[in-house]
Design a protein around this ligand. Sequence first.
Ligand code: AMP
Length: 237
Amino acid sequence: MPISQDRPFEIIVLGPPVSGKGTQAKLLAKTFDIPHVSTGQILHSIKDDIANPLAQKVAEFINAGSLVPDELVNQLVADRIKKDDCVNGFILDGYPRTLSQAQAIDTAVKLDYVFLVNVSDETIIERISGRRVCKNGHVWHIKYSPPKTETVCDDCGEPLFLRDDDKSAVVKNRLEIFHQNMAPIIEFYERAGILIRIDGEKHIEEVFQQFVRHMIYDLRNKVNRSSGGSPSGTATI
Ligand code: AMP
């Protein structure tokens, strides 16, 4: 059931590569019936579209594990969230990745929550070796969410492969960039009072419960405040 309110539900999910943020963003999108907008997916589909004049430029950045320039990503996101299916809101995944992107989206929308999925670098490196994707962007993990056959996508039957930018040298570069860029973004959202930290080292279901509990806790406090009551205490999640 789509949430129909007087304003859309606008959520960002941040996290390092393979933190599970994409899986969680999809679960949130399904729960609230709003689109999951992944900049990684948008950029990968541009890269794989040989007819797209931006394909080669985007491929160079992605294959090196570098960030695609802000100006291009900001424009792609601005165009995407203006589409009709985002009228009730969206779950943005993989964006912002720089302070300038955070500032750009901040001028365009009024965010409800920014979730940061925390996972250690050691866990990320361990997880990455098992991730498999198909050309349609379906993601599997040979240990945590295995397809029936290791080399075939259960959703569409396409072959599964390890992405070039999931290879270990590239992952280390992506992690370094992530940590460098994330510090000012975290500060930006902490100052705005909308950053929520999620422990991403737990099971998929337990991680998802943390999102939901944080939202319920926050909504209860908002209701309490608007009815003159006291906040419902400290969140124990
Ligand atoms: P992801 O699937 O989210 O890990 O993204 C894959 C790649 O797409 C990244 O390594 C970047 O090269 C590029 N990318 C995704 N999102 C962004 C963004 N917000 N800004 C710049 N580059 C991005």
